[in-house]
Design a protein around this ligand. Sequence first.
Ligand code: KIV
Ligand code: ZN
Length: 407
Amino acid sequence: MSRLQQLKKVIAAPIKAAIIQHHRRGGAVLFSDTTLRDGEQMPGATLDPDEKLRIALALEEAGVHSLDAGFPASSEYDVAAIRKMVGRVRRCVLTGLCRTTTSDVDAAAAALDGQPSHKRGVSLFIGTSPLHREHKLRKSEAEILDIIGETVSYAAKQFDIVAFSPEDASRTELPFLCQCYERAIRAGATTVGFPDTVGVLTPAKVTRFLTAIQEGVPSIRKALIAVHMHNDLGLAVANTLAGLEAGAHVVQCTVNGIGERAGNASLEEVAMAITLHPDQYQRTAKINTTKLAPLCRMVSELTGISYAPNKPVVGPTVFATEAGIHQDGLLKNLDTYLPYRPEVVGSSGVQFVLGRHSGRRAVAHRLSELGLPSDDATVTRVLEALKFAPKGRMIDDNVVREMARAA
Ligand code: KIV
Ligand code: ZN
């Protein structure tokens, strides 16, 4: 580093510290989206650089704070995608994933070249659990601590924003985990991540871990805490929310929850939970929720990974109902059977699906929508016909017309 660069670093240090304190105190949850990296690790979810740019711009539009834009040392496609984002993605911080090696940091620096320094960063990781230490890395605790110290400090010379994550944190012994964090923060990490790499935690255990980390890492207040939850037990969103309640500032998540194995915490579900419960989380999501359903549809289309019909926020049945009592309630007041209106997430309208469970009101409503007679006799006829509709048959407008006509 030249003397001028050193001087700039000295001047920038208090500003950096002030920004961290601002985010620690601030009222917003910082969303760090990893759809383009962890999401793309899902088998079959390959994205081209242009597709990644489209998703990155849509994430920016939705209000995401930072993007885990790729793993530059691992793939030239990731480099190509990041090069497309540099200069185009202006509001989000772009970060490159790195192993704890200086060559990975250099690869990220080259890929991010041209992005303003306050909008680019690196995210370093190394396995810390006994399984990773003994079987994958064959390194002692002391060796791992040294690697963390050296590479984080190397990264901090080139980047103002440096995140460090102990991979498999949730299966790492707590005292050693705390030492890893302390070493990383002392070396210049501005964010420390807590990855539940194989998705084994429960919300109560997340709370215990985060509480213990905040008590056991002397320098923890100098950094932001990020949570990164995998969904192997179907608990990634619940665990992320538990992490926030226990003091995390950043959530790492993916659109539609795509990602390695069972996936990651889904951005849209976490964002809606925080939006609906600001009293509980004491922070706002700062996500433009009206962008969520279109974003989810775009990611599904571009990755080719479809979602279940009942996928929260975006699945085709989440604003559709067939049950008579619900249809009757919804026709009186939409809020009777909805947690939020469809337009809040950028979807349109509640669908009253006709089927065996439908009631008189919904049938009458649908008949008049179609300009058909909705007298008692016609409604009764349609209700009878619905009872005998073959399993799996879609009751579309033409079928309703047929039923209403049939004498
Ligand atoms: O799940 C994980 O541990 C990761 C790391 C790269 C942080 O994705
Ligand atoms: Zn992950």
